[in-house]
Design a protein around this ligand. Sequence first.
Ligand code: G3P
Ligand code: CA
Length: 234
Amino acid sequence: MFIYAHRGASALAPENTLLALKTAISQQADGIEFDVFQHQNEFILIHDRWLHRTTNGIGNIDSLLLEQIRKLDAGEGETVPTLFEALECIGQSCQINIELKGVRDIPLLLKYVQQACITLSIPCSNILYSSFDHHLLKAIKTISPTSRIGALTANKPVDYAAFAENLGAEFVNADVTFVDKNFVYDAKRRGLKMGVYTVDQPEDLLQLQKWGVDAVFCNNPLNARLALTDSAVD
Ligand code: G3P
Ligand code: CA
């Protein structure tokens, strides 16, 4: 089962910082997931629209200039990275899941990532875009049909993974709270890969693996790997 570091290795370093990305790389995570907001013509790594939970700033990200956001402490002296800095940090070391939170300009984002991938020699096939905002995913597929997308849901829809199939998604990524065998099997029947977030309990990891889940998003990728490896030895 493929292990994504969730917001970087966020159990061990402040979430969505370069330190969290580097920690995930050092743990040999298969991939790294992080959250992105657009700020004017730049993209930054942050989970919330409001600054107070993850930085020493206050207010909405749009109420500050980029230079002001970049001076904030995002924990342990880390700053809020730009998307380019994150891509540069990860390079070719593993897969990259860019979760779109507040992004207004999809053409700009696609150009930005494409240019960064060329500059940094990152294969574009290493990038997976995901979002709870399915309109954004649809816009990505319309502009760039070959881009890989993962459709996020915090629900268990009545028709299970149909929404993801309709979007042309590669992955349906669902909340561990609501995932069951039926949801996983439905995704598989539709030819989709199933991802599940956020999974840190060994019992959950083992259950999901038994159901054939393809990827999990974990705050501590090393512990997740050990839990799965230990069970294989038993
Ligand atoms: O991409 C999976 C997961 O990160 C979605 O939820 O709130 O942690 O961004 P959240
Ligand atoms: Ca996320």
